[in-house]
Write a protein that binds this ligand. Structure first.
Ligand SMILES: Cc1cc2nc3c(=O)[nH]c(=O)nc-3n(C[C@H](O)[C@H](O)[C@H](O)COP(=O)(O)OP(=O)(O)OC[C@H]3O[C@@H](n4cnc5c(N)ncnc54)[C@H](O)[C@@H]3O)c2cc1C
Length: 663
């Protein structure tokens, strides 16, 4: 890798410099006295622009889905007026995950719908869906995941600034989170290990070759439609796959090589402002506890206080539509309440919101002595069959089978290891260089055991991760991207391992002497494995129409929510995506007159583009490398032209032009 690392190309930076130069060059060309040509040009322009009028009217007009996108403080602080007719309306929300609860919160806060008119229909006996974190008396602590979050989750923070904290009176969930992450910022001191617990010294580098950088930049520039149904393997080769960049990327976001190239591109664009924060996770922020306690419970309390009707053990099996001349009206909900079939008839005043698909559907729970297979407990909500039943009724309702038909490509497994005494802690401290019991940031994001067969990563968030957690115990989250290959100590695939065996494999990669491993795994920890067959279902390659729009064309009282509904520019496997779809669905169907915050626009910010280009090349400026063909000869003239202009200043500010560069 070292041999490839030093030369890269910054298309964005070159493009930026090129744009400035082109503008100035054009000016000089005209000065050169081509007057006749200029007059002709002016005539053509005035003919073309005769009908043109400058105005901002219509800028905030609603689109065909009944919403408009916005940004900035003006709309962020504005409160919408009560939508007309809301008192006569009811809402039926299928699911009680983050998306569904967010939809209910937006109905209450922005739609000003009476809480008693909002009905949440949930198959399970608990709210939260994928956002979990629970103490299970028979198994131990269970967290199927931990949520990496960031400051530009625009819709999520729009919501949580109004949800009261359940710990501190008078403050919001956002206040709590903001203060915590200010006082105790997240960053990692060891991103990856090798050779059983030794620092792999990735040292904040991406180690991408020039060709690897070019492959990433090429993807960055591609149109969505050119990436339909393409896999990441179709756009990258070993130049990217062998780099440290790919190690960070796939373990942090759980991308596999066969996943969607389109989603990969959207991620790169969406998080371009965080490229520099990927290697040490300084881009990330975390909640105080697991996200069930830190996010779901405050929302649930807010909704219960508003009088919202929660109906658990209610599995929705179908929504029946009347479709005429492209007008689509949801007419009935079919469901099973504690196994008994029931129906709810609907009018156009009954709004239906369905969470279609779930990454944690069909989770299989193991325990310390049982692998998550065979007769292990499986928890299902019926989400795929519900979406399939809806999709049968109209093409606009998407293609669920695209996402849920191949679990060999969509599964991975996580496990919660809880330490029972202090014997394992020195090995942890040795790697993360922090005290796991300090209550502050510990690993600061995942640590990847880069030479492990399972491609294992583990993390310890601030302890206690559970409000009532015993202060002497430490909860560790472990996951493996490859569940069907043998481990390095336990010669079995992860999916066939008991909790104890997973702890053994983890201890091996921590560097615990092999003769002590079985004893420590048996007596010093308890581990609960959770196999998630559909955890990356939303990363499967897709084309237009596979995911239905949040409000499918023609729907007057129906919307989709969550990770399998289509909204432009945002990226799945995020809490933000669920909240965004909820906001769009509620604003669009109910006619809430307030802008939806657009996906953070860093991809259109020249400063971020320049910055990320230099960072991707581990600090090298595009001007320091040999550019292909005649482009190299353009460097000097370009620099001469920008000298003394704002372009030069911007390029200097972002390390494209460096002190002492001689051309
Ligand atoms: C392991 C893991 C790691 C993650 N990491 C991150 C991260 O780092 N950063 C981040 O931002 N996000 C992360 N996420 C993603 C985030 O947690 C989810 O995207 C989000 O919580 C999904 O919420 P949802 O409401 O859209 O869907 P879900 O939470 O899946 O909710 C769907 C709900 O609908 C119910 N339901 C489904 N069908 C029916 C039916 N037919 N009838 C009745 N009820 C039904 C289900 O029971 C469930 O409660 C992670 C998730 C997991 C599991």
């Amino acid at each position: 890798m070292a041999s490839k690392k030093s030369i890269g190309i910054g298309v964005a930076a070159v493009a930026a410099a090129g744009a400035g130069v082109a503008a100035i060059a054009a000016k000089n060309y005209k000065k050169a006295g081509k007057n006749a040509e200029k007059k002709l040009e002016q005539k053509a322009v005035s003919a073309e622009t005769n009908e043109y009028r400058n105005t901002e009217r219509g800028k905030d007009a609603k689109n065909s889905k009944g919403i408009y996108y916005t940004n900035g403080n003006y709309e962020a602080f504005a409160r919408p007026k009560k939508p007309e007719g809301v008192e006569e309306k009811n809402a039926y929300i299928v699911g009680s995950g983050l998306a569904a609860l967010a939809a209910a919160c937006f109905l209450v806060r922005d739609g000003q719908m009476p809480g008693s008119h909002i009905h949440i229909l949930e198959a399970m006996d608990i709210a939260g869906g994928a956002c979990d974190g629970i103490y299970d008396a028979t198994r131990g602590y269970v967290m199927r995941g931990g949520r990496e979050m960031e400051n530009h989750f625009e819709c999520l923070w729009d919501l949580f600034h109004s949800i009261p904290s359940i710990e501190t009176p008078g403050v919001s969930v956002l206040d709590e989170y903001y203060w915590l992450n200010k006082e105790d910022p997240n960053y990692s001191l060891c991103r990856a290990t090798e050779k059983r617990g030794q620092d792999a010294h990735t040292d904040g580098k991406f180690n991408l070759s020039q060709k690897g950088c070019m492959e990433i930049m090429k993807l960055f520039m591609m149109k969505d439609e050119d990436l339909y149904d393409k896999t990441i393997e179709d756009v990258f080769d070993e130049e990217v796959f062998d780099s440290t960049f790919w190690l960070y990327w796939r373990t942090m976001f759980a991308f596999e090589n066969w996943h969607s190239a389109l989603e990969m591109k959207l991620y790169f664009q969406r998080f371009i402002h965080h490229i520099g924060g990927l290697p040490d996770f300084s881009a990330l922020k975390f909640t105080k506890y697991n996200q069930y306690e830190s996010l779901i419970l405050p929302m649930q309390k807010y909704l219960e206080e508003a009088g919202v009707d929660f109906r658990f053990n209610t599995e929705v099996t179908n929504v029946i539509f009347e479709i005429k001349d492209n007008k689509k009206v949801a007419k009935a909900i079919e469901c099973k309440v504690k196994g008994v079939e029931q129906g709810i008839t609907l009018t156009e005043n009954d709004l239906v919101f369905v969470t279609n698909g779930s990454c944690t559907e069909g989770t299989i729970y193991g325990d310390q002595n049982h692998a998550p297979n065979g007769d292990a407990e499986v928890r299902t909500s019926g989400c795929w069959s519900l979406w399939k039943n809806i999709a049968k009724q109209d093409e606009a309702f998407g293609h669920p089978e695209k996402f849920c038909s191949d679990v060999t490509k969509t599964n991975w497994e996580s496990a919660t290891v809880t330490t029972l005494d202090d014997k394992i802690l020195p090995y942890i401290k040795n790697i993360c260089k922090r005290d796991p019991k300090s209550g502050k940031v510990v690993t600061g994001g995942i640590v990847t055991c880069q030479d492990s067969g399972w491609l294992m990563s583990w993390t310890i968030n601030r302890q206690g991760q559970f409000k009532d957690q015993d202060k002497d115990k430490v909860c560790v989250w472990v996951y493996g991207l490859f569940t069907d290959v043998p481990g390095d100590f336990v010669k079995k695939p992860m999916k066939e391992c008991t909790g104890k065996e997973i702890t053994e494999e983890w201890l091996y990669h921590l560097g615990v002497p092999t003769e002590q491993i079985p004893e420590l795994a048996e007596n010093s920890a308890v581990c609960v494995p959770t196999m998630m067959p559909y955890i990356t279902a939303f990363f499967m390659p897709r084309t237009k129409g596979d995911r239905p729009d949040v409000i499918p064309d023609g729907c007057v009282n129906f919307a989709f929510l969550g990770q399998f509904a289509e909204t432009p520019r945002d990226t799945v496997f995020t809490t933000e995506y669920s909240v965004r779809t909820a906001m769009e669905a509620v604003y669009g169907l109910l006619g809430v007159d307030r802008g939806v915050p657009e996906v953070w626009g860093s991809v259109y910010d020249i400063r971020e583009l320049l910055d990320s280009t230099v960072k991707l090349m581990d600090g090298k400026s595009p001007l320091e490398i040999r550019l292909p063909g005649p482009l190299n000869a353009l460097k000097k003239p370009l620099l001469r032209v920008v000298k003394g202009t704002v372009v030069e200043k911007v390029l200097k500010d972002h390390d494209v032009i460096k002190e002492g560069m001689l051309f």
